[in-house]
Design a protein around this ligand. Structure first.
Ligand SMILES: [Zn+2]
Ligand SMILES: [Zn+2]
Length: 185
């Protein structure tokens, strides 16, 4: 991971002071073009240092109340937690957001997801994921976690969707989101 540039650090400082800052404000305060402001925002978001909000960026929510990825309120039924080596823990609303958030975090020490049937916490890398079933409690494509691959298969038989192990699930969610972005730009 590259370190933030001096300008990016400046932006981080502003975001931390204000909580949120719009693209327009960034342009004016730093005297940069809109394209540059967008590029810096993209880069900071990619590094996982800020959260994108409507029209600008905001401070990362390290609180456990809102999803670290999409900002929606977390639900204990589907929560996905990511702990860093420094002990900082962030929580995503569901496995969909958790898998997305994992791809852009560094120094991860552990990730836990919630078994959809038994509400038990389980190691995310050992969980089985059912993608795009007809049960969509949270984000699209719907992603539910299971500790037992048999449970996951039976669930998919009844409610549709496909069963994936951790690596495949992560890849699939990323692919689907990239696809979605292309068509909603
Ligand atoms: Zn989310
Ligand atoms: Zn979600």
């Amino acid at each position: 991971m590259s370190n933030p540039s001096p300008r990016q650090r400046e932006i981080l400082k502003l975001v931390n002071q204000k909580g949120e800052i719009s693209v327009d404000d960034l342009r004016q305060i730093l005297d940069i073009s809109q394209a540059t402001a967008y590029r810096e925002i993209q880069e900071l978001a990619r590094l996982g240092l800020v959260a994108k909000v409507a029209g600008g960026i905001g401070r990362l929510r390290s609180s456990r109340v809102n999803c670290v990825q999409c900002g929606r309120e977390n639900n204990p039924r589907t929560a996905f937690a990511i702990e860093s080596l420094d002990g900082d823990t962030v929580v995503a609303c569901c496995a969909h957001c958790g898998l997305m958030a994992l791809t852009r975090r560094e120094n991860v020490s552990s990730a836990t997801t919630t078994d959809f049937l038994y509400s038990r916490l389980l190691n995310a890398s050992q969980a089985w994921y059912v993608l795009e079933s007809s049960v969509s409690l949270c984000c699209q494509p719907s992603t539910l976690s299971f500790s037992d691959p048999e449970d996951a298969r039976r669930f998919a038989l009844g409610f549709g969707g496909q069963v994936f192990a951790f690596d495949q699930a992560q890849q699939k969610v990323r692919e689907k989101m990239a696809f979605k972005q292309v068509f909603t730009l």
